[in-house]
Design a protein around this ligand. Structure first.
Ligand code: CAA
Length: 261
């Protein structure tokens, strides 16, 4: 693996098929500086291309998943400069990953940290996690999807409250709102998240990719065209060897042996 400075990468799980990316700027509460995002994008692209990897887990440490974009780095940014360099544009690269990405959030997931978690496909949280979009406190607004993705997760009233107050919400509340799918004790979070990734890894990677793309359409389009997309992918699974293997294995009462084909 390339030598990274702002993240750590590993491959974990009993079958060594779960990629683990740990954000690693603990002194800055994993503030998401430009170089960190370049490395994160590189790592996600590499794992997406690696056939031995079934799913990717992104985590931080017990104190912070990530406390947002790096305020010190952007403090002197200008309007024209942001436009010229497309500030934060590369964050969307993460959503081009075909494989499932799971966020394991302990501690603060604030501003860009909350937005990074929402760029992932599933969010698991530790009991002490705190989510928020506190940009309003520092005279700006979310800039990496917060105003758009948060309402899709939690609805307008809750999203408005979070974005307009800058208040933090705890893990239990985040779960009630549907931002987080499950909450675990702090020290169990990572192993439970890896278990989830391993469970996903028992399926055909090809079909997992199609299922992810189909669910994502629900956030991109009208119901009618989303259903058309789903139908075309569903029919498409019938052109794959793995669909045939999955159904044959069921009928023959044996475990399937998927080939990613
Ligand atoms: N950027 C840069 N540095 C940060 C940071 C950030 N977002 N968050 C924390 N840090 C740094 C602090 O400056 C501090 O560094 P020094 O020791 O060098 O002073 C170190 O991390 C530890 O932080 P604190 O001393 O503040 O820790 P705390 O436990 O007292 O407070 C906190 C924790 C409540 C999370 C507080 O750090 C905080 O409010 N952070 C900023 C949160 C925020 O506003 N995030 C939104 C950023 S804007 C954004 O993300 C835009 C976007 O949409 C993409």
């Amino acid at each position: 693996a390339p030598a990274y400075e702002n993240i750590k990468v590993d491959v974990v799980g009993a079958k060594k098929n779960v990629a683990l990316i740990q954000l690693n700027r603990p002194k800055a509460l994993n503030a998401l500086c430009g170089p960190l995002f370049v490395e994160l994008g590189q790592a996600v692209r590499d794992f997406d291309a690696d056939d031995s990897v079934a799913a990717i887990v992104i985590t931080g440490n017990e104190k912070a998943f990530a406390a947002g974009a790096d305020i010190k780095e952007m403090q002197n940014n200008t309007y024209s400069g942001n436009h010229k360099k497309g500030f934060l544009k590369d964050w969307e690269d993460i959503s081009n990953c075909g494989k499932p990405i799971i966020a394991a959030v302990n501690g603060f997931a604030l501003g860009g940290g909350c937005e990074l978690a929402m760029l992932c496909d599933i969010i698991y949280a530790g009991e002490k996690a705190k989510f928020g979009q506190p940009e309003i406190n520092i005279g700006t607004i979310p800039g990496a999807g917060g105003t758009q993705r948060l309402p899709r997760y939690v609805g307008k009233s809750k999203a408005m409250e979070i974005v307009l107050t800058g208040n933090f919400i705890d893990a239990a509340e985040a779960e009630r709102m549907g931002l987080v799918s499950r909450v675990f004790p702090v020290d169990k979070l990572l192993e439970e998240t890896i278990k989830l990734a391993e469970r996903i890894g028992t399926h055909s990677p090809l079909i997992v990719k199609m299922a992810k793309a189909a669910v994502n359409q629900a956030y991109e389009t009208t119901l009618k065209s989303g259903l058309l997309f789903e139908k075309s992918y569903f029919y498409g699974t019938f052109a794959t060897a793995d669909r045939q293997e999955g159904m044959s294995a069921f009928v023959e009462k044996r475990p399937p042996n998927f080939k990613n084909e």
